[in-house]
Design a binder for this molecule. Structure first.
Ligand SMILES: [Zn+2]
Length: 137
């Protein structure tokens, strides 16, 4: 198996910090300047696969870097984590778990080119009931 995060290319990827359980790097490719990734060293694909120590360091580091981004880079910062086994691994999709930190501003490029087209709908009584039944048991 070829995993770009297990075998981090230090020429391509700018390392910000290495801790006991996690790396923090600049995303390459990136969605916007300052797009940062926090990556557990151990290859896992779901948050539930992490030990309590790994989970703690991962989230503490994400919070620490979100604070740095908010102080030094942008007025907003999204935190995202995706689990999309229906997509095969590619340059833009790595199975190895990682958290994205994305500096955001009002009506930034990501908003203008993509997110302004997202469609939110009101939750119907029927759909609400269905998902309460599925997820609360
Ligand atoms: Zn990996």
């Amino acid at each position: 198996m070829n995993c770009p995060f297990c075998d981090l290319d230090k020429e391509k990827t700018r390392m910000l910090e290495e801790k006991k359980h996690v790396f923090t790097v600049l995303s390459n490719p990136r969605l916007m300047p300052g797009h940062t990734l926090v990556i557990p060293k151990r290859h896992v694909e779901r948050l539930s696969d992490l030990s309590k120590d790994e989970r703690g360091e991962l989230f503490d580091t994400a919070i620490e870097y979100q604070n740095k981004i908010l102080e030094k880079v942008a007025s907003g910062c999204d935190i995202n984590q995706h689990h999309r086994p229906f997509l095969s691994q590619s340059k833009l999709k790595v199975n190895h778990l990682h958290i994205h930190l994305r500096p955001r501003e009002f009506k930034d490029t990501l908003y203008e080119t993509s997110q302004k087209f997202e469609v939110f709908e009101d939750l119907t009584r029927e759909e609400g009931g269905k998902f309460v039944e599925i997820l609360s048991h």
